[in-house]
Design a protein around this ligand. Structure first.
Ligand code: ADP
Ligand code: MG
Length: 316
């Protein structure tokens, strides 16, 4: 095929839903040796949903009321986060409130209704970290995030919940700890599914390149990608702040492309020779990228390399 000029390359990319942010894309993408795929929101849809709310039940009670409180408090804080996990929790909490309101039909008598009916409470002092969020809800600073992160913040994780966390991880789900006043009160189990046509995308990307998956998660949700044809390596348990460093280390193998979505991927996208952000990307990640893939089809990422290869960046 005749090489395209840069302008034609930009246009060809646009037709496939790829926005070229930096023209250096055309020089660097054809030389990529290693493609790093972020897991959550990139390899997976990132549109997670709540599967279960688990609370401690020391007295053998059902724990229903405390589950409602855990969900309501977590939902209030997460309504301010922009993370896919946060969106799932905020949505579930809002739905629970609506259900309680329907049931009670204006009367607010149950213990669950008393709290969950007040989901719209103000959250004060909202703080976002890379592994979780926190804010003051009804007088308590509530932390919602990775169980280890909650533990590091001084919240005790009850043994019973510890085993539920391990179970969820084994099943490939994401356990989110919710705690306040020194103790993790519950675990919200969130699930996520790989994107449609992801296998096709991996297959294409693996043609002549190493494919590496990078994730902050551990256990089965990371392990399920190890056995996949075309995926050479899975780096699990990589905290967001270490993603850029991992990209830099991989550069010893050659030219590295990073594909990511979340705002916490921005440093890794910037560190890579080629940064590609998925359409759901937050503004921060988009700014750090050389190209943005609109829509949610991962095969467009593979096409980004095709378009770049067909473009002669040396034509003026
Ligand atoms: P990945 O590396 O798979 O893309 P992230 O880096 O976005 O995942 O997040 C890593 C982990 O940090 C999540 O699996 C979750 O445990 C925790 N986390 C981050 N942000 C939030 C949040 N807003 N609410 C709850 N947990 C969070
Ligand atoms: Mg992510």
């Amino acid at each position: 095929a005749t090489p395209l000029s840069i302008a034609a390359g930009v246009q060809a990319a646009a037709k496939r839903g790829i926005v070229v942010v930096a023209e250096t894309l055309f020089e660097d993408a054809p030389d990529v040796d290693v493609v790093v795929l972020d897991k959550t929101g990139t390899l997976t849809t990132g549109s997670m949903s709540v599967e279960e709310v688990v609370v401690e039940t020391p007295d053998g009670s059902t724990g229903d009321d405390s589950a409602g409180e855990v969900l309501a408090r977590a939902g209030a804080v997460e309504s301010l986060s922009e993370h896919p996990i946060g969106a799932a929790i905020a949505t579930e909490a809002a739905e629970a409130v609506a259900a309680v309101a329907d049931e009670a039909d204006g009367t607010d008598s149950t213990a669950e209704g008393k709290f969950a009916g007040e989901l719209a409470v103000d959250v004060e002092g909202f703080e976002r970290d890379r592994r979780g969020v926190s804010g003051v809800v009804a007088g308590e600073r509530v932390a919602v995030g990775h169980p280890e992160w909650c533990h590091e913040r001084g919240l005790t994780v009850p043994e019973e919940l510890e085993s539920r966390i391990t179970d969820a991880e084994r099943r490939g789900e994401v356990p989110v700890a919710v705690g306040w006043d020194g103790r993790v009160r519950g675990v919200i189990v969130v699930g996520d599914a790989p994107r449609e046509r992801w296998l096709e995308a991996v297959d294409t990307l693996a043609d002549g390149r190493d494919v590496v998956v990078l994730t902050g998660d551990e256990g089965a949700s990371a392990d399920r990608f190890r056995a996949v044809d075309g995926i050479d390596q899975v780096f699990a348990g990589v905290p967001p702040e270490a993603k850029a460093e991992t990209v830099r280390r991989l550069q010893a193998r050659g030219t590295v492309a990073m594909v990511g979505d979340g705002s916490n991927d921005a440093p890794a996208l910037a560190a890579a020779d080629v940064g590609i952000a998925m359409g759901s990307a937050t503004t921060l990640a988009t700014d750090a990228a050389d190209a943005v893939v609109l829509g949610d089809d991962l095969t467009a990422v593979a096409e980004t390399f095709d378009v770049a290869s067909g473009t002669n960046s040396r034509i003026r």
